[in-house]
Design a binder for this molecule. Structure first.
Ligand code: ADP
Ligand code: MG
Length: 236
């Protein structure tokens, strides 16, 4: 579904991505993990076309994304830091997105997450007045709003309270069972344990490994994700 071929990106002298190649398929729930600054967000933004690689290329359903921006309508994206017009209310932001993305499947939108988060009672609130957690709830709800085939979630549970975090995880699990591709970054590994099928580990812009969870557990003899990864890192 998404294939990255030798993708590299420099910011000045810093190699944010160094020859990253990876294949992501329908039905997979892939955790992109690695320390801060390892290139996770840069990689995600490359898939979205928000960062243009210096070399290498990315295909979406077989087409180079450079030549076809329409692929983006298949992706729901929750940014690590959501930026919205300060003076707009939550309701206005939702309506604006619906106006821009009039391509929702048959005009149908999935507002279940906003409902579960209780955003419907906050629609009149202006974006600038929101707490970080509420802002995250808006970002998460927008990512799922158009029922996309691919979900790209950058540190989705950061800043969410435990209840909201559970609601979001349930939503992700539900979408995964529909066969969607889910790409999720997190540095809190314990959160991903029961969700993910594959893991990509990045460090200093390099992809260190890409494995099925079962294989990682078998190779390391560890069930818990955080311990399995720690075990791989220590052996290197
Ligand atoms: P992660 O998401 O894994 O924490 P990022 O992809 O955000 O890492 O960043 C990787 C590296 O690239 C970091 O050193 C970061 O400071 C740098 N970087 C990211 N975006 C930019 C940018 N627009 N300009 C300059 N440096 C950047
Ligand atoms: Mg990041």
């Amino acid at each position: 579904m998404i294939i990255a071929n030798n993708v590299s990106k420099k910011f000045g002298k810093l190699k944010a991505l160094n020859n990253v190649s990876v294949t992501c398929n329908k039905g997979e729930c892939i955790a992109l993990v690695g320390p801060n600054g390892s290139g996770k967000t840069t990689f995600i933004k490359s898939i979205l076309g928000m960062v243009v690689p210096d070399s290498g290329f990315i295909t979406f359903n077989g087409k180079n994304i450079v030549h076809d921006w329409l692929y983006r309508r298949h992706i729901g994206y929750m940014p690590q830091i959501g930026r919205y017009p300060d003076n707009m209310t939550i309701g206005q932001v939702f309506n604006m997105m619906k106006d821009i993305r009039s391509d929702g499947k048959n005009g149908q939108t999935d507002e279940s997450l906003a409902e579960k988060f209780g955003l419907n009672e906050l629609l009149h609130k202006r974006m600038r007045t929101l707490s970080g957690g509420t802002r995250q709830k808006v970002s998460a709800s927008l990512a799922f709003l158009f029922d996309p085939d691919v979900l790209i979630l950058d540190e989705p549970t950061a800043g969410l309270d435990p209840v909201a975090s559970e609601i979001l995880k349930e939503k992700i699990t539900g979408e995964k069972s529909k066969g969607k591709l889910i790409l999720i970054t997190s540095h809190v590994l314990s959160e991903l344990d029961d969700l993910i099928t594959h893991i990509i580990y990045m460090q200093d812009g390099n992809l260190l490994f890409h494995k099925k969870i079962g294989d990682l557990q078998k190779d390391t003899g560890e069930q818990k994700l955080s311990r399995a990864i720690a075990s791989v890192m220590l052996k290197k």
